[in-house]
Write a protein that binds this ligand. Sequence first.
Ligand SMILES: C[S@@+](CC[C@H](N)C(=O)[O-])C[C@H]1O[C@@H](n2cnc3c(N)ncnc32)[C@H](O)[C@@H]1O
Length: 336
Amino acid sequence: MGYSETRSEGKVGAGLSMKSPYYTAVGKNNELISLYLEDCTGGMREKLQPYSVDVVVTSPPYNIGVRYNSYHDQMPRESYLHWMGDVGEELKRVLSDTGSFFLNIGSKPSDPWIPFEVAQELRKHFILQNVIHWIKSVAISKQDVGNYPHMSGDIAVGHYKPIAGQRFLHDCHEYIFHFTKSGQVALDRLAVGVPYQDKSNIGRWHSAKQDLRCRGNTWFIPYETIRDRQNQRPHPSTFPLGLPEMCIKLHGVNQTRLVLDPFIGIGSTALACLSLGVSCVGFDIDTKYLEVASQRIDELLKGKKPDIPPWISPVQAPLFIKEKRQKPKRSSNSIS
Ligand SMILES: C[S@@+](CC[C@H](N)C(=O)[O-])C[C@H]1O[C@@H](n2cnc3c(N)ncnc32)[C@H](O)[C@@H]1O
């Protein structure tokens, strides 16, 4: 990808301190990636200035007993919700007034209320501006779509979590709650737009000046197919790079000085930020995960990853490349 590989020496910007991050790297637009090995609430309080973050993209532990390397994902419900509320309060402090907070959260079939209860907790601090459904797998039958171009038969695409037994369906989706402070934040909808199927729509409406329409709130973002989980995705609960990438693009790359992921795991949000040329700060309490995150970032900096993520359709690819080449406007970052 041709990023500079200088570490710890990039254009840090006013207020970005190098106070013992676990790892730092600098991308080709001088974007700074800083990963901190510490609890996110304390870390944010200590390192991030008020209003310094434009986009938060994150996926917290869901409290469903996932086997993390060190974190124990099974608290009493009240304590968990209280903790999520504390995290939300801190996020509100660091988020700019026009910022976006994208919270990816799922559940387990026997306990489907978790995402809603967490959203309710965060309602104390934010307005829920959009609810996006992250679709991991979908089946579309030819019969339902009729004479659709390029569709010669039934399709079933993506990866899902199979659920045994008769009671529950396979788990094929999660939520992305889009919180803002005002509920009025303007988004760059066409940055994640889709081409019109019926080209006669172009120019017909005032809003349809180009061959792109708003994607809507169902996002099909499949996981990459992997053969060796331990080596290729050594973390029990990641999101694909396409998820943070789409969230940041929806908020607007040019409006984004700094992205925060308080639960960064193996660094998916940081990789998305490098692809888009924006700075990122992340926290995790697990050395093993941050070590993997560092390796993934190093590999991307060395150009080992494909330029275009697999979730980008061939139709969107030229657009993606064009957007990536635009240098985002940047004002100073402000991590104290
Ligand atoms: C759902 S995972 C996030 C995975 C990440 N989105 C990715 O794609 O790699 C949640 C992460 O939160 C971390 N974690 C748990 N408690 C934490 C805390 N208090 N502060 C920061 N990170 C924490 C866990 O170690 C785990 O990696």
